[in-house]
Design a protein around this ligand. Structure first.
Ligand SMILES: [Zn+2]
Length: 598
């Protein structure tokens, strides 16, 4: 490895945007002008209809200008919040920004309605004019979505009622699960654990401990199953009733639309996954044998294998990432270099920081900031790589109109997962011992099980549950049956013990943000893997295609994106097969290395 970095500063530079942190006078003034400009635009939009290409161009420029400034402010607030959870002033300025955002959202609703009122012919002409043409995809999408909604007064009523009649059920679920606890025996002591603590312990190296946790876990959820089933039934019932009123016949319409993808793509992805289950089952059988387990349960596929986790210093990690990025894309590598040097990354391991990692962008400054807590594990290295992938993605979109930068969840993780794959592959090659190599490969393979089997079980369950819910309330017993069937099918009977109350324990089923919060994970994972497979094949010729693809993520449907930039048809199995082959490429080596059990 080349040594490029020495004594990197591990705190980020926020002074470049607004000096003085949460008490920054410059930021307060920025919020003032954001507030008054949003009010002015709201008054303008409420003041009556506009006509003609020039007036529309002016309106859209104002809207986009504001949305850009809102993102700039939003980036600053999330950085302040994350770097010090005790910063009260950060929450105050965050609250102010929230108000401005709500005001902006109303502007957008009124504006969408106005676009909808324009006759189709006139609309098409407008979209051909200079200022609007680059936004044609996004404007059309907004208009089409507005068309599918109920009349405004009814949608307003729906929104008002949803607070108590919809979101309230999700809050009830949070309340119930938040106060649940389980008493277990841990290393000879009796301890009481919250459900969150318990789920962290589920990856304990001791299989007997894991199995006993799993048993208690099932029992605990069984006890609260009636309440959970009530919430789940009401949430689904609410959605189905609303869809029916809007005239939507499929419950997949909304999640597919949000993600700009077709049902044919979704089907092709799952069908190809199903045809490759035998390799995942082979992996699980071998893991069972290698770990010397009598039974292989739900809690075992993600169990740790191997040990000797290497540590890396931060400077070393930076060298490693920059070098590995360079193997696939000099531009990615250059971006990472400046991110490390110019203090785009907050990585210091200190108390008072928020958990987790993220990347946020400052579109007015054309810069991003990455938040992680780096303690030297390989997992930390891959988190840094992941977040830098997001920064790279943003850097390619900086000069596009703000509206054309808004990508769907399903492609949001393309660049980040890609970066992670690059680093994970390299880490296997650099493993310092046999044990460590087994651990790193196992890590990749268990991730494949999670994304191709566990998530599929969620999707199968949710689909069948919605079918059943159309005919009436679904009982706890039936929910358990549906879940068990879904798991057996998704895991191709590869487990000995399943988790029938998974429908109660998984938060995602109760989230009111996005319905079917499952398949986008699998799509994102395989989409990146498929692109990564191409990158390895085409080497340097690939970089430009990759950059162009990322740049268009905010203004194309996924099928068009793949067709145009990598000539792949997502509605056919070919691309998905190559993606699966890529994520399972280490399997033969794993099987070779784990022939003898430990
Ligand atoms: Zn991410």
């Amino acid at each position: 490895m080349r040594y490029v970095f020495k004594d990197l500063n591990q705190t980020w530079d926020l002074e470049a945007f607004f000096p003085g942190g949460s008490a920054s006078p410059q930021f307060a003034a920025y919020l003032d002008s954001l507030e008054s400009d949003t009010e002015a635009l709201a008054a303008e939009v409420a003041g009556g209809k506009i006509q003609g290409a020039l007036a529309w161009a002016d309106r859209l420029t104002k809207i986009q200008e504001l949305s850009k400034r809102l993102r700039q402010a939003g980036g600053f607030v999330s950085c302040l919040d994350a770097q010090n959870v005790n910063d009260r002033q950060a929450r105050i300025v965050g609250g102010r920004l929230g108000q401005v955002r709500a005001g902006f959202a109303s502007v957008m609703t009124v504006n969408d309605r106005e676009m909808l009122a324009i006759p189709d012919g006139e609309w098409r002409e407008l979209l051909e004019t200079g200022a609007m043409a680059p936004l044609a995809f996004n404007l059309n999408e907004r208009r089409e979505r507005a068309k599918e909604m109920l009349p405004t007064e009814q949608e307003t009523l729906v929104n008002a009622l949803s607070v108590d009649g919809y979101h309230g059920w999700s809050e009830l679920y949070d309340l119930v699960t938040g106060r649940m606890s389980v008493t277990v025996e841990e290393k000879g002591k009796t301890v009481t654990l919250s459900m969150g603590q318990m789920s962290n312990r589920m990856s304990d190296p001791d299989p007997a401990f894991r199995a006993s946790l799993m048993e208690k876990w099932e029992q605990a959820w069984a006890k609260e199953a009636n309440l959970c089933a009530l919430a789940l039934n009401r949430l689904a019932g609410y959605r189905l009733a609303l869809y029916k009123k809007r005239g939507w016949d499929s419950f997949l319409k909304e999640p597919l639309e949000i993600n700009r993808m077709s049902k044919a793509t979704l089907d092709a992805m799952w069908d190809t996954i199903d045809r490759n289950k035998d390799r995942l089952v082979t992996y699980m059988r071998r893991k069972k044998q290698y770990l010397g387990l009598g039974k292989f349960g739900w809690q075992d596929y993600g169990a740790p294998v191997g040990k000797a986790e290497s540590k890396m210093r931060y400077d070393e990690a930076a060298d490693f990432i920059v070098e590995q990025f360079g193997q696939v894309s000099p531009r990615m590598s250059a971006l990472a270099t400046s991110a490390f040097r110019e203090r785009w990354i907050e990585s210091q391991d200190r108390p008072g920081k928020r958990m987790g990692g993220f990347c946020t962008s400052f579109p007015e400054s054309q810069q991003s900031r990455v938040f992680v807590t780096f303690s030297g594990s390989l997992g930390n290295v891959s988190t840094v790589a992941h977040e830098l992938g997001h920064a790279f993605h943003q850097s390619l979109m900086n000069d596009l109109p703000p509206m054309a930068q808004q990508y769907a969840m399903i492609v949001a993780e393309t660049a980040s997962t890609f970066s992670e794959l690059v680093v994970a592959d390299a880490a296997v090659g650099h493993a310092r011992s046999r044990e460590e190599k087994i651990m790193l490969i196992d890590d990749k393979l268990q991730r494949a099980v999670a994304l191709l089997m566990n998530i599929e079980a969620r999707f199968l369950f949710e689909t069948r549950f919605y079918e059943a819910r159309r005919k009436g309330v679904v009982s706890v017993e039936r929910l358990n049956e549906l879940m068990l069937e879904a798991q057996k099918e998704a895991f191709a009977d590869g487990l000995d013990v399943y988790h029938p109350h998974f429908w109660a324990s998984k938060l995602h089923f109760y989230s009111t943000g996005v319905p079917f919060y499952n398949f986008p994970y699998t799509f994102g994972y395989l989409f990146s893997a498929g692109i990564y497979a191409r990158a390895k094949e085409e080497r340097s010729a690939f970089e430009q295609k990759y950059a162009d693809l990322l740049r268009d993520t905010g203004r194309m449907r996924v099928e068009d994106l793949a067709k145009r930039h990598i000539n792949a048809d997502l509605t056919k199995p070919g691309f998905w097969q190559s993606a699966i082959d890529s994520v399972l490429s280490d399997l033969p080596e794993y099987l070779e290395m784990t022939k003898q059990s430990r």
